[in-house]
Design a protein. Structure first.
Length: 262
């Protein structure tokens, strides 16, 4: 008959099997742990890679269109014939657009560096926006906001034909506001605009603008025959300046009725 001690005794084989099972369990646990850590690391790597690509995925906003830049190496294409040898243009700036547009801007200032007049010749390129009101750019030229309303202030006759005049709607009744002007040409695609603050009365301002436009000459057409033809035909209609504000510069008394907010 087997003694109780013998019945509870554990054989070496059983111990060995228990140790082997424990070792297998430890190895299995470690293997699963390593697999879990590896999967977690892989997810982290993929997440970081995805975050690195987010700027490209979210780049659905329109790319800003290139803007105008000063063309220092371009030569002036226009000039004003001189009234006297002491008169000179305060500045001549040429702006170019990557889509082909060009702006020649002449500006005159006082001794106190206050802008008295400006003349811009804009040769349109692919950047030209037909939906944008031309008076919005004119208001900006005059130092106003693009949304500032302008009212018509009549017409003047120049060698380029009739030119529309504009002035700020909110101009003070007691002060003479600067007078803007605008002339468009379809062939060639050209826009002449600017403003003048010279003159104490409206007739004097009109005469000053007409004189400026009649003195505008072309130095070089830049291989644009239509531009050369425009100025050649305009020269045939050129009149001498009358800065006294003679009625000959005006299209008639009916101009006073050509007013209204744009």
């Amino acid at each position: 008959m087997q003694s109780p001690e013998a019945s509870t005794a554990v054989s070496p084989t059983q111990i060995h099997l228990a140790l082997a099972a424990f070792a297998d369990e430890v190895v299995g646990t470690l293997a699963r742990l390593f697999a879990y850590v590896g999967a977690l690391a892989l997810l982290c790597i993929l997440g970081l890679a995805a975050l690195g690509q987010l700027p490209d995925w979210r780049d659905d906003e329109p790319t800003p269109r290139p803007d105008w830049s000063v063309a220092d190496r371009s030569r002036p294409a226009f000039a004003l014939s001189k009234l006297d040898s002491t008169e000179k243009t305060a500045s001549y700036t040429i702006l170019r657009h990557p889509e082909g547009g060009r702006r020649d801007v002449m500006r005159w200032t006082s001794a106190a560096d206050q802008v008295l007049a400006e003349l811009e010749i804009y040769r349109e390129g692919g950047e030209f926006d037909v939906t944008r009101p031309a008076t919005a750019d004119l208001a900006v030229q005059m130092g106003l906001g693009a949304a500032s309303p302008l009212e018509q202030a009549g017409l003047i006759e120049t060698k380029f034909g009739p030119v529309a005049l504009f002035r700020p709607v909110a101009a003070s009744k007691g002060a003479q506001a600067c007078l803007g002007y605008l002339k468009r040409s379809e062939e060639p695609a050209l826009q002449i605009s600017g403003f003048s603050c010279q003159g104490d009365t409206l007739p004097a301002q009109r005469a000053a603008i007409a004189c400026t436009l009649n003195r505008l000459t072309l130095l070089t057409s830049g291989n644009e025959p239509k531009l050369a033809d425009l100025f050649a035909h305009a020269e045939l209609k050129r009149r001498p300046c009358d800065l006294a504000g003679s009625p000959d510069w005006l299209l008639g008394a009916a101009n006073a009725q050509l007013r209204g907010t744009l």
